[in-house]
Design a binder for this molecule. Structure first.
Ligand code: DER
Length: 233
């Protein structure tokens, strides 16, 4: 809706004034909210801002090229000063569910190689309890059903019962991520112990990364439908 777009725009554009300075090496997030940030960054670069960015997806890479944000790589930049990225849900502790856009692997690598990560969201993403949004889990394509079954066993063992696990589709084909993997979405409904899941899921052979990002977001910028925003630790 236009109102939600305005809230995303408010969050994405506020990040420029709140954090961005000349000489910064930035992580460029994925998703519609982050893309408002990238567009605003392009305008700032046009007005003389001196920054470089590492994109968290091919989609963000293409947008950054289109709007004129100079690109680099982690190999070249080493550690980044700041990553600005979105989330599908974020709770009061700043724990996020990410991966709605299937970009969670590069997002995690880039966020963890940054001094600071700031999350840009509209109000609808801020939740008391995580889990209404299905948890994205990136898995290799090889024998993915066996990996899915192992995920189900782990989640069952953690007390989540019979969890619906679905392979992310793109049209009538399975979605393939920028790294050539599949996404399995775990419909947990309510996540009571996010860090227990995050610490165990990635040990399953075949699991590459999961979308529970704990201890990563330093702050969140919450955009509102009236175009205002709020920064919250
Ligand atoms: O995939 C992700 O983690 C993104 O941050 C994304 O899901 C947020 O998307 P949105 O800003 O378009 O809601």
């Amino acid at each position: 809706s236009n109102e939600q777009d305005r809230a995303k725009w408010a969050a994405g554009t506020a990040a420029i004034d709140a954090y961005i300075q000349d000489g910064m090496k930035l992580g460029l997030g994925s998703g519609s909210t982050s893309h408002w940030f990238v567009r605003a960054l392009g305008e700032a670069v046009e007005n003389g801002l001196d920054v470089v960015g590492v994109p968290t997806s091919t989609g963000t890479r293409d947008l950054a090229v289109e709007v004129g944000v100079p690109l680099t790589t982690l190999a070249e930049a080493g550690r980044l000063d700041l990553t600005v990225d979105g989330a599908d849900e974020i709770d009061a502790d700043g724990v996020m569910i990410k991966g709605g856009g299937a970009c969670l692997l590069w997002e995690r690598i880039i966020a963890e190689t940054s001094e600071k990560m700031v999350c840009v969201v509209d109000e609808s993403k801020v939740v008391d309890q995580l889990g209404a949004f299905p948890l994205p889990i990136e898995v290799v394509q090889f024998e993915w059903e066996a990996t899915r079954n192992a995920i189900g066993d782990l989640l069952g063992g953690l007390g989540y019962g019979e969890v619906e696990l679905t392979r992310r589709m793109q049209g009538d084909q399975p979605l393939v991520t920028d790294s050539g993997n599949f996404i399995v979405d775990a419909h947990l409904r309510a996540i009571t112990d996010p860090l227990a899941i995050d610490g165990k899921l990635n040990w399953i052979p075949g699991v590459v990364e999961n979308g529970l990002f704990g201890g990563i977001a330093a702050e969140m910028i919450i955009g509102r439908t009236d175009g205002s925003h709020e920064v919250r630790d």
